[in-house]
Design a protein around this ligand. Structure first.
Ligand code: NAP
Length: 322
């Protein structure tokens, strides 16, 4: 059967697919356009989706050959999974395998913005370091502070585990609290979102993007944060109202932000890149060779299962029988 892959991936997972199927990989250094995607998916049994948007408009035009969209990522807000289900198409994702790597990145941003690592690097490279000064480029302590984790699922809990090593007070907000054992193991305390924002020195976002979480952190919620607090977003850009964040940062109503994702990716809200109290990264939360290769293996296994007539291990929708 035929598998379409919308961006270059390492050979090893693709070779696993090639043992049983014909694999067509987009060889451009860009994502396919919607028209190119429709043309490819109309002639494919499976789609290994690397960052492409698959909305109802695309799904309406792909015919009825496609059986599975295996998303290369845990967040699948780029795919209309419910509409795909109505068309009998399975949608899968890649949970767990990227959890620790993404938590590392959230922490990298948190540490970088609190201790001004990027500013300091720029300062030294510019030749401005003329000798030790006792109070040059002061940062904020991380250890012993309060971290508020918004979305206490796999990645949120992994961020919480790291916080214990920094002897931090861990607060979390989630729709469904974890088990008592998880709460106790992480010394984590549930708090409603507004209270969490008021009490935290660091707020780290780990909810999925959906209609409930779009602009979850808006101007009103940002106004609850302490002027000394930092916001980290390594989840999805539209969860934070970026213009409101820009204004809060510019007016020093919060101390800083570490952002791996943006509301209108890849565009930044004008002015964001001019601020010294933000650290910006190009959506590299899960970006290590090991993890991104493992994600491709996982997506490949989902496709192999689906094309074998089995239920794929990471199914996220309930397709109606064709
Ligand atoms: P997860 O295990 O499903 O955790 C998300 C948590 O958020 C769940 O506990 C979920 O509760 C909770 N939640 C959902 N809606 C909520 C709401 N409205 N208010 C409060 N809590 C809510 O997912 P994960 O594996 O940790 O991944 C989280 C997100 O990280 C992904 O969806 C993805 O967008 C993002 N991500 C980004 C990168 C990157 O490269 N920057 C890499 C990996 C992941 P329920 O389970 O009850 O819904």
């Amino acid at each position: 059967m035929k598998v379409y892959v919308s961006f270059w991936l390492p050979e090893e997972p693709l070779n696993v697919l090639r043992e049983k199927h014909t694999v067509v990989v987009n060889d451009e250094d860009r994502l396919p356009t919607a028209d190119e995607l429709v043309a490819q998916l109309s002639a494919a049994d499976a789609f290994l989706c690397v960052g492409s948007r698959v909305d109802s408009g695309v799904l309406d035009r792909v015919g009825n050959r496609l059986k599975i969209i295996a998303n290369w990522g845990v967040g699948y807000n780029n795919i209309d999974a419910e509409y795909a289900a109505q068309k009998g198409i399975m949608v899968t994702n890649t949970p767990d395998v990227l959890t620790e790597t993404t938590a590392d990145m959230a922490w990298a941003l948190l540490m970088a913005v609190a201790r001004r690592v990027v500013e300091a690097d720029t300062y030294v490279r510019a030749g401005r370091f003329q000798g030790f000064k006792p109070f040059a480029m002061m940062g904020s302590d991380v250890w012993g502070k309060t971290i508020g984790i918004v979305g206490f699922g796999r990645i949120g809990q992994a961020v919480g585990r790291r916080a214990l090593g920094f002897r931090m007070n861990v607060l979390y907000y989630d729709t469904v609290p974890p088990t008592r054992e998880v709460e106790q193991a992480l010394c984590a305390t549930y708090m409603d979102l507004d209270a969490l924002l008021q009490q935290s020195d660091f707020v780290s976002i780990h909810v999925p993007l959906n209609e409930e979480t779009r602009h979850l952190i808006d101007a009103r919620r940002l106004s609850h944060m302490k002027p000394t607090a930092f916001l980290v977003n390594a989840a999805r850009g539209p969860i934070v109202a970026e213009q409101a964040l820009l204004e809060a940062l510019r007016e020093n109503r919060i101390a800083g932000a570490g952002l791996d994702v943006f509301e209108h990716e890849p565009e930044l809200t004008p002015g964001l890149a001019d601020l010294s109290n933000v650290v910006l990264a190009p959506h590299i939360g899960s970006g290590t060779w090991e993890t991104r290769t493992n994600m491709a293996h996982m997506a490949a296994q989902n496709i192999i299962a689906a094309l074998d007539g089995r239920s794929p291990p990471n199914l996220v929708n309930r397709p109606v029988a064709g």
